[in-house]
Design a protein around this ligand. Structure first.
Ligand SMILES: Nc1ncnc2c1ncn2[C@@H]1O[C@H](COP(=O)(O)OP(=O)(O)OP(=O)(O)O)[C@@H](O)[C@H]1O
Ligand SMILES: Cc1cn([C@H]2C[C@H](O)[C@@H](COP(=O)(O)O)O2)c(=O)[nH]c1=O
Length: 365
């Protein structure tokens, strides 16, 4: 069971013509032979909206196609994916969010719009991204035949290969487990075996006992494996330093300097390190005061524990040291905070400012 849902959700994406449909079919058969039946699905789906989207994807472009595909995805989640997961099934989707991050970007749609549009989609337990040498992909398309406009551009395979590698990074940043598989020298059976090996041997509905006890609430009965984050509330009188995110998660929104704790690292050292890496500000770990803790449920698979430290004694002038990840660093007074603070760090900040105790449990209801 994954974080609170009994089934398992696998998505298969990759450049047009790389072998997604072949892989899904082979994986399905392979799993069945291992006694682990899976349910296949695809995007666009077979619903009226999905069929309309598929049959018009050559004529409709850009933002309009991005919206159609996203609407069909939300419908897909509501009508098929979520019910299958709740029923404890293993569900495998031929195309999902990564296809949007690639094809709609090729269509000129900005990444931040796509991430916002798809902000509420259910994240997979395992996102498989197939890739291959672009010249081999072109050969596979030539052998199989052209079926839509994405196959027409001779530079398409190499552009898609690069964009899918970026999509894999975005998914990883969202906390999704990603399997990037180079199929250049692998048969469909090899590929299917590699994916099947990455799917944990869970009791799935079709072979699970109907009387299997269900743990209460969201509990999985498995030990939690939270990501540990440190956040630094850097104070200059009544001002606090904020950072505007540039990456895919929370793009354009504000939070305090923060980051994941490294293995073997004390919390205050991790917080001081992240502050230095992101802003150039030096703080003695001994001068970091723990002011709040947030246990945050990011999605059904990822939970995080964030430790919020206040720093009132520090050295340096804030400089944006990670311009690829951060759009801006800015001071805001506590009386005029930024409007768009990411909810999870906001829970820690408000807990600290409003003195509401030391712990917030965020996004669990
Ligand atoms: N691992 C592989 N090795 C060699 N050829 C493959 C492999 N996987 C698929 N193929 C071949 O590549 C061609 C394209 O495969 P397929 O139709 O599954 O791709 P697709 O990614 O689903 O395509 P599209 O993006 O157009 O939907 C087919 O002829 C298929 O037999
Ligand atoms: C999921 C998804 C699909 N599309 C478009 C791309 C193609 O025109 C069809 C999919 O057809 P295929 O047989 O699976 O290759 O839908 C898209 O533009 N964006 C998406 O996210």
């Amino acid at each position: 069971m994954t974080g609170g849902r009994p089934g398992w959700f696998v998505t298969i994406d990759g450049p047009s013509g790389v072998g997604k449909s072949t892989t899904v079919q082979t994986l399905h058969d392979h799993l069945a032979a291992r006694g682990r039946p899976a349910r296949r699905t695809l995007e666009p789906t077979g619903s009226d909206l999905g069929q309309f989207t598929r049959s018009h994807a050559n004529q409709i472009h850009g933002l309009a196609l991005a919206c159609l595909v996203a609407a069909n995805r939300y419908e897909h989640i509501d009508t098929e994916i979520e019910p299958a997961l709740q029923a404890g099934q293993l569900i495998i989707s031929d195309r999902y969010l990564p296809s949007t991050l690639v094809l709609q970007q090729l269509d000129g749609v900005p990444l931040d719009f796509l991430l916002t549009l798809n902000r509420h989609v259910l994240l997979p337990d395992l996102a498989v991204i197939l890739t291959a040498d672009p010249s081999l992909i072109a050969q596979r398309i030539a052998t199989r035949g052209i079926t839509h406009r994405w196959h027409l551009d001779p530079t398409g395979p190499s552009r898609e290969v690069d964009l899918y590698a970026d999509a894999a990074s975005h998914l990883l940043a969202m906390g999704v487990e990603v399997l990037l598989l180079d199929t250049s020298n692998a048969t469909p059976s090899d590929v299917a075996r590699r994916i099947a090996d990455a799917i944990p041997a869970l009791p799935l509905a079709s072979n699970a006992s109907p009387t299997r006890p269900t743990p209460p609430g969201n509990m999985s009965g498995q030990p939690a494996q939270p990501v540990i984050d440190t956040h630094v509330i850097l104070r200059d009188g009544d001002k606090i330093l904020f950072s505007q995110r540039g990456g895919p998660y929370g793009h354009g929104r504000w939070h305090m300097p923060s980051g994941k704790l490294d293995h073997g690292e004390p919390l205050t050292d991790g917080a001081a390190r992240e502050l230095l890496e992101e802003t150039g500000i030096t703080v003695d770990p001994a001068h970091l005061r723990l002011v709040h803790v947030v246990h945050h449920r990011q999605n059904t698979q990822v939970e995080r524990i964030g430790f919020f430290f206040e720093a009132t004694t520090w050295e340096g002038i804030p400089v944006n040291k990670e311009p690829d990840k951060c759009l801006a660093l800015e001071w805001f007074t506590v009386h005029d905070l930024p409007n768009d603070i990411i909810e999870y760090p906001q829970a820690g900040l408000l807990g600290y400012l409003n003195d509401t105790g030391t712990l917030a449990e965020h996004n669990w209801k």
